[in-house]
Design a protein around this ligand. Structure first.
Ligand code: PEP
Ligand code: MG
Length: 326
């Protein structure tokens, strides 16, 4: 199948009935950007900036951050890169930041990501300036992780905008900035009417979202078989979110591992989600699925299945895919 994936590397991820989807990759290292040509992806939909922090022996300074971001943007060229501000804390403790080393009982639900960034504004400001300077003259795309309520997004955005003003007095700034929110905490879904008018894009982190929706630790193998990305609860949840975002004209992307599995990606297209950021190795298999899919047919099928969910959604969708040569 590898030859098959290589053969479609330079072909677009367009369905049989002409729907152009977007396939981007998740990344975290400078080398990942260099690999963009290899995967034939449309860009980087999730750049996990915390990787640099996790592999460093000391807190990476603004210059080190700037150099990395610049390198990634240069390698990506015309293709978009979405930088996520650091998701540290919780189980991603940093040895050189003492207050991230506490032993929280539920680190995933703890003081991490944007929660930490909003409390440690010096860290956030340094990162904002590094990003703003690195994207001088081009579009900067930035998103915030683990937002539970719209005020957190507003605070992060204001902080960023203040840094744009600061940098602008000294040097060049991005020609445009797009701000996005990650939806990975279920409470945010209840506040979308407030959030959507304020964001340029929404990125659904299905890894964390699933664990919080099901109250099931994503890292505990004993729970792995107890819930499924294709369960009706997740699909219904995502459908409501996608409908609301689509109605508001806000682009939605799925950047969790769910989108990197062909059957799951097929179901997501059935929900009206057509933009994915996935692990580079999944681009070939997901693109092959998309190019064999009739988007209108899967939409109609998923609509029926969600109205009256079968006992085994996975099996039902697998059978459907097989019957339709997907
Ligand atoms: C997610 O939670 O789905 C996500 C993309 O972020 P991470 O996997 O880095 O937590
Ligand atoms: Mg996450």
């Amino acid at each position: 199948r590898r030859a098959e994936f290589a053969a479609i590397r330079n072909l677009p991820p367009t369905t049989r009935d002409g729907l152009r989807t977007t396939l981007m990759v998740n990344a975290g290292l400078a080398e990942d950007a260099a690999g963009l040509d290899l995967s034939g992806a449309d860009g980087i939909g999730l750049f996990r900036t915390e990787f640099q922090f996790l592999v460093s022996a000391a807190l990476p300074g603004r210059d080190a951050q700037y150099r990395l971001y610049r390198q990634v943007l240069e390698a990506a060229g015309e293709r978009p890169v979405v930088f996520r501000t650091v998701d540290i804390g919780g189980d991603k403790a940093l040895p050189y930041l003492s207050d991230t080393r506490d032993e929280a009982e539920n680190p995933a639900m703890g003081w991490r990501a944007l929660r930490l960034s909003l409390d440690r504004t010096a860290l956030m400001k340094a990162q904002a300036r590094a990003l703003i300077e690195a994207a001088e003259g081009r579009t900067l795309r930035v998103m915030f992780p683990m937002i539970s309520e719209p005020w957190e997004y507003e605070e992060a955005r204001s902080l960023f905008e203040a840094q744009v003003e600061w940098v602008a007095k000294r040097k060049g700034v991005p020609s445009r900035i797009e701000f996005g929110a990650m939806l990975e905490v279920p409470s945010l879904a209840e506040m979308l009417d407030q959030l959507l008018p304020r964001i340029d894009f929404l990125s659904i982190g299905t890894n964390d979202l699933t664990q919080f929706l099901f109250a099931a630790d994503r890292a505990d193998p004993r729970l792995a078989l107890r819930y499924d990305w294709l369960s009706p609860a997740i699909l219904r949840f995502l459908k409501r979110v996608a409908n609301q975002a689509n109605a508001a004209g806000v682009p939605v992307r799925v950047c969790g591992e769910m989108g990197g599995r062909p059957l799951e990606a097929m179901a997501l297209i059935g929900l009206g989600i057509t933009n994915f950021s996935i692990t580079p190795a999944a681009v070939g298999p997901v693109k092959a699925m998309i190019r064999s899919l009739d988007a209108a047919a899967i939409r109609a099928k998923v609509e029926l299945l969600l109205a009256k969910p079968p006992r085994d959604m996975r099996k039902t969708l697998t059978d459907w895919a097989r019957r339709h040569n997907v």
